[in-house]
Design a protein around this ligand. Structure first.
Ligand SMILES: Cc1cc2nc3c(=O)[nH]c(=O)nc-3n(C[C@H](O)[C@H](O)[C@H](O)COP(=O)(O)O)c2cc1C
Length: 219
């Protein structure tokens, strides 16, 4: 059986061809590379392969891997994004959460439309966001590599109910609750860019946030 590595997140897919969509980070088959079985290793550390594969800037078309490496240089945090649908709760890991305006306080989130969390956010118009600290690896693993369609990701986990009704996962350094602004949120293809007003938030522990780069180096 052939093995294919996602050059974006390191996910390994088994099959004759790469998958249509990476189930972890959502990129297409063009970002998968064939790997030999005995050479499967973690994705490159920031600054290594990127430097080797770098191409000079030209006016012509660039190869997708170089562009992907450049995109990797954008810095992100890591978050657990939660929502509700009736009595049900769900959550996922996300790196694409960022403040977009300060007055009013608004955040934007990029959520894959095939995720269960996407369905819940669309239904309720509510999001909970736990900002992870540098010890958040277990929460990334719990929420980022499986879907709530297959299991209850909250089973045995400490969390609280926010004032809007969304679950707030414990163990982060800060949390926010947001109300989705439907007229400002847009379909961007595989993902939906939600824009939300921040209606509640607090720092829980005054520690450094986990960055995506730090997670990739230490996972
Ligand atoms: C480090 C990391 C970052 C991720 N970032 C995002 C993201 O920004 N947006 C997204 O839609 N999925 C992201 N994912 C993938 C989702 O967390 C994953 O597909 C999850 O299983 C979806 O769960 P659900 O179907 O229960 O909603 C990320 C996963 C990991 C491990």
């Amino acid at each position: 059986m052939k093995k294919w590595r996602c050059t974006v997140c390191g996910y390994i897919h088994e099959g004759d061809t790469p998958p249509d969509v990476c189930p972890v980070c959502g990129v297409g088959p063009e970002f998968f590379e064939l790997v030999e079985e005995d050479k499967i290793s973690p994705p490159p550390r920031a600054g290594e392969a990127e430097t080797k594969k770098a191409v000079p800037v030209t006016n012509g078309q660039q190869d997708p891997k170089s562009m992907q490496s450049a995109l990797f240089k954008i810095s992100y945090g890591l978050f657990i994004v939660t929502s509700v649908k009736g009595e049900k709760i769900n959550g996922q890991c996300a790196n694409t959460v960022f403040q977009i305006t300060s007055d009013p306080m608004r955040v934007a989130l990029g959520i894959n439309k095939s995720n269960l969390t996407y369905e819940f956010i669309q239904e309720s118009g509510l999001v909970g966001i736990t900002v992870l600290g540098e010890n958040g690896h277990d929460l990334v693993r719990r929420f980022g590599y499986s879907t709530g369609r297959d299991k209850d990701k909250f089973a045995g986990l400490e969390y609280s109910q926010g004032t809007t009704g969304v679950p707030i996962v414990s163990g982060g350094i800060a949390y926010l609750e947001g109300k989705i602004l439907r007229d400002k949120s847009i379909d961007v293809g595989t993902h939906y860019l939600f824009v939300a007003d921040v209606v509640k938030g607090a720092v829980v522990e005054d520690k450094d946030p986990m960055t995506y780069a730090y997670f990739r180096k230490t996972k």
